[in-house]
Design a binder for this molecule. Structure first.
Ligand code: ATP
Ligand code: MG
Length: 252
């Protein structure tokens, strides 16, 4: 059975895309069939997977508007062994253009149903907003992974996100659950980070992944080469952390 995971947090720059790309690659490295969907007009997951957002013609945008089939948009990443549904800046217009369409919140879900049985895992990289694109991600998903940096404002944004997830559950997707909160860019020497991390564990208990993603320069470098960190420096702390996270996800 396929598991569809939305990687989301409306806060920007918390590690959603880094997590999407590297979790996809780490799961694929265990021989699982994986599809990564870039649902962000910034198209960072597209670039980080080695597809050029400036030249790619067919993207998730046309899929959401019902112009082309989801199968025809897939790009196979032969090195990292996962498939990608790319994005580009056109997707920024989808929000407005979809307003007149029916069932606009569940368009991704409907399209995905055509191909989901081919995969073990589908990872959706959401944009930093609680908008119609993120809503499509949440409606299509079975579970949500929330990457977050352990800093002061992190917990504030979390309540908005949890409320949105509750609304989606009530209206569109009753089985949607929060699978876990992922601590990203973690620096154990930072006392505030430790405190926020402790608070997270108190509030959310075993919803916090055991795996912690450290701040690691290899993770920041890899997108520049269009490859997941696993193929940039497998021994790096960042690569090892995402392999560990994949194990945790496989065991849930
Ligand atoms: P956005 O909200 O804009 O989509 P995001 O939540 O997807 O951002 P990323 O793009 O994954 O966040 O990360 C933000 C920046 O931090 C990027 O430059 C990325 O390379 C860097 N980064 C992410 N995780 C780490 C890490 N563990 N160590 C070092 N740098 C990191
Ligand atoms: Mg991103």
């Amino acid at each position: 059975m396929v598991k569809i995971l939305a990687i989301t947090n409306q806060k920007g720059g918390v590690g959603k895309t880094t997590t999407s790309v590297n979790l996809a690659a780490s799961l694929a490295a265990t021989e699982k069939k994986v599809l990564l969907i870039d649902l962000d007009p910034q198209a960072n997951a597209t670039m980080g997977s080695g597809t050029n957002k400036l030249t790619v013609k067919q993207t998730v945008y046309q899929v959401l508007l019902g112009e082309i089939s989801i199968e025809s948009v897939r790009v196979k990443n032969l090195q990292a062994k996962y498939d990608l549904i790319p994005s580009n800046r056109e997707l920024a217009g989808a929000e407005v253009e979809m307003v007149t369409l029916t069932k606009r919140e569940t368009r991704l879900k409907t399209e995905l149903s055509q191909i989901e049985s081919e995969y073990h895992y589908i990872i959706i990289d959401c944009p930093p907003a609680l908008n119609l694109l993120t809503l499509n991600g949440l409606c299509a998903a079975h579970a949500v992974m929330i990457p977050m940096q352990c800093e002061y404002y992190a917990l504030e944004g979390l309540s908005d996100l949890v409320n949105t997830i509750k609304k989606v559950r009530a209206k569109f997707n009753p089985k949607l659950r929060i699978e876990g909160l992922l601590r990203t860019m973690f620096d154990p020497r930072n006392i505030l980070a430790q405190q926020v991390s402790d608070q997270l564990q108190q509030h959310f208990g075993n919803k916090v992944y055991r795996t912690v993603i450290p701040r690691n320069v290899r993770l920041a470098e890899a997108p520049g080469f269009g490859i997941p960190v696993l193929y940039h420096d497998r021994q790096s702390k960042g690569a090892q952390a995402y392999l560990e996270l994949a194990k945790e996800v496989l065991n849930v």
